[in-house]
Unconditional design. Structure first.
Length: 155
């Protein structure tokens, strides 16, 4: 029973973390609607750049747009990798570090309440936990491992 529970919990963790990244990216490109609609944080990329500037007030202004793009590319790549289960352990470690960085910067800039309300610390901890799962059920990694275990002679 515990093995099956571990299989499904790692699958759920992957989907929850990956879809959260992809949802946030979708928001900054208006996929969830325009700014001002319910549950829309940014609604367009310019508002996300402004939010990035607010959180990273200590960085030179010229670094903010590239930082917003690097963050967006990282969240997109990690989101896809987690949902599909590609390089899951590495993706989980990188996700946990990115989320921990978000949590720290949000705490220093906005105070502790917002990162707690948005469960950023919880998501970082979940990503760390995902990195230490033994196997990744229903993932590309799982299929690759099975193909390696079977070997070309047995196919």
């Amino acid at each position: 029973m515990s093995s099956r529970f571990e299989d499904y919990s790692s699958f759920f963790l992957r989907l929850a973390l990956g879809s959260s990244f992809l949802s946030a990216v979708g928001d900054r490109f208006g996929f969830w609607g325009s700014y001002g609609q319910p549950n829309v944080a940014w609604g367009d990329f310019s508002r996300f750049v402004a939010y990035t500037a607010k959180l990273n007030w200590f960085l030179p202004g010229a670094t903010i747009p590239p930082l917003a793009w690097v963050t967006t590319v990282a969240e997109t790549a990690l989101g896809i990798a987690l949902v599909l289960g590609i390089f899951t352990r590495v993706s989980a470690i990188l996700s946990s570090l990115l989320l921990l960085l978000f949590a720290i910067v949000m705490t220093l800039t906005l105070g502790i309440k917002l990162p707690l309300n948005f469960s950023v610390f919880t998501a970082a901890a979940a990503a760390f936990q995902l990195a230490y799962c033994k196997a990744y059920f229903l993932s590309v990694d799982f299929l690759w491992q099975r193909a390696r275990d079977i070997g070309p002679a047995q196919r």
